[in-house]
Write a protein that binds this ligand. Structure first.
Ligand SMILES: Cc1cc2nc3c(=O)[nH]c(=O)nc-3n(C[C@H](O)[C@H](O)[C@H](O)COP(=O)(O)OP(=O)(O)OC[C@H]3O[C@@H](n4cnc5c(N)ncnc54)[C@H](O)[C@@H]3O)c2cc1C
Length: 383
């Protein structure tokens, strides 16, 4: 069945897709979002919301207090038996992706976007007349423009050209119900735990739930026989602080969620032959290493920016790709260089020493890896 022709279709109803949908619907434009999952689900993510992400969320009508997000004002850096604590330059928030993604998609719907849930796009093809979206045998939609916001999932016909340099990392995420004492200690802080071959983030999200999210080299995972329990116990042996935190905590998933070959450092390079009318958002346009806690704000920025450029210039995707690249390129390059250091013992030692000698160092680095205020101002002011 052909579902006819749409002006704009957004593929993927995560942060990037939902923010673009809200912005377009707000401007009175008809927009259809196709989201593979029938309902929001947990995703591999540290669930740390930077101040930039919070600014976009508030602009998009999300009240983080109403949805129960935690508050985080301190960062604890932990390595082996050592711990350093610094104040964050802003109050961050913690919120599970399941709650956040659902709230954003509902808000887009309330503003007038149509959401087709539980349908996956199988392939996309483009020609001079527009874009054809295939959702399985006999099920297709024609569109003037497509905003591709499928996150880490590539879609046939429009796959990302490069998978980035750092693709040997594996990401894991697990929620825990914390014991009372540990919860009190963790409240208000994000703990970044450095270990051989990777790093973890532990923080409260909503209610008494904590999120443990870690990335680890494939080599270290293979050394423990690719077994999650053995990986976790080898990390807690190396870093007893994490062991204490989790000792009386109850895991809320049967097994952790995982993601393989994270293309940290990927940045979409506009291609002269790329068709107009195909906009790449969120992880489809750039992937920043997760220790920065900035991936979600990049997704929200790119979603709002793509929508506002579409409203001003129609199908001119190349204008958007040049703008977004200049807004996020520097952060991704710097964060990728630091990511290599964070994974290795010598780099971890250097980061620890520097943070002791100069407590402001982490704040300084954080400022350099963020979406800059001027770029955000242009988008927020435009819409
Ligand atoms: C280990 C790790 C930790 C992270 N921690 C943080 C953090 O603490 N803070 C932070 O800000 N960022 C973090 N990030 C980054 C952040 O999670 C991503 O950058 C962000 O989710 C990207 O948003 P998106 O909208 O592009 O993709 P997603 O949120 O992944 O959304 C994509 C959507 O598209 C849908 N979809 C996919 N394929 C199809 C299809 N074919 N048809 C229809 N729908 C489809 C999916 O179901 C999904 O809902 C982390 C990333 C990793 C890997």
């Amino acid at each position: 069945m052909s579902r006819g022709r749409e002006e704009v279709v957004i593929v993927g109803g995560g942060l990037a897709g939902a923010s673009a949908a809200s912005t377009l619907a707000d401007a009175g434009r008809p927009v259809l979002v196709i989201e593979r999952d029938a309902e929001a689900r947990h995703k591999v993510c540290g669930e740390f919301l930077s101040i930039e992400a919070q600014t976009y969320l508030s602009h998009l009508g999300i009240d983080l207090d109403a949805v129960g997000a935690s508050r985080i004002s301190r960062l604890r850096l932990v390595r082996k038996l050592k711990l350093i604590e610094v104040e964050l330059p802003f109050v961050a928030r913690g919120l599970s992706r399941r709650v956040l993604d659902e709230a954003l998609l509902r808000e887009a719907e309330a503003r007038g976007a149509r959401i087709l849930r539980g349908r996956a796009v199988r392939s996309i093809s483009t020609d001079h007349s527009g874009v054809a979206i295939d959702m399985g045998p006999g099920d297709s939609i024609a569109a003037g423009s497509v905003l591709l916001a499928s996150g880490k999932h590539d879609v046939r016909g429009v796959k990302r050209t490069s998978s980035g340099a750092m693709n040997d990392l594996i990401g894991f995420k697990l929620h825990y119900r914390m014991a009372r004492n540990e919860r009190q200690d963790l409240d208000g802080a994000v703990e970044v735990i450095l270990f051989r071959g990777g790093y973890a983030g532990l923080q409260m999200v909503e209610q008494d739930i904590a999120n443990l999210c870690l990335v680890v080299s494939r080599q270290r995972f293979e050394q423990v026989g690719k077994n999650w329990d053995d990986l976790l116990s080898s990390i807690t042996d190396e870093c007893p602080h994490l062991g204490e935190r989790l000792q009386c905590a109850r895991a809320l998933f049967e097994r952790p969620l995982s993601i393989f070959q994270i293309p940290y450092g990927f940045l979409h390079g506009p291609d002269r032959d790329e068709p107009q009318g195909l906009f790449r958002l969120g992880d489809q346009v750039g992937v920043i290493p997760s220790f920065t806690g900035e991936g979600m704000s990049i997704a929200l920025h790119s979603g709002c920016l793509a929508a506002s450029i579409y409203l001003d210039h129609g199908q001119a995707a190349s204008i958007f790709h040049h703008r977004v690249r200049s807004d996020i390129g520097r952060s991704i390059r710097l964060a990728s260089t630091l990511n290599s250091a964070v994974r290795h013992a010598a780099g971890q030692q250097a980061i620890f020493r520097l943070s002791r000698l100069w407590p402001g160092a982490m704040r300084h680095v954080a400022a350099l890896t963020r979406v800059q205020e001027a770029s955000m101002h242009n988008v927020l002011f435009a819409s």
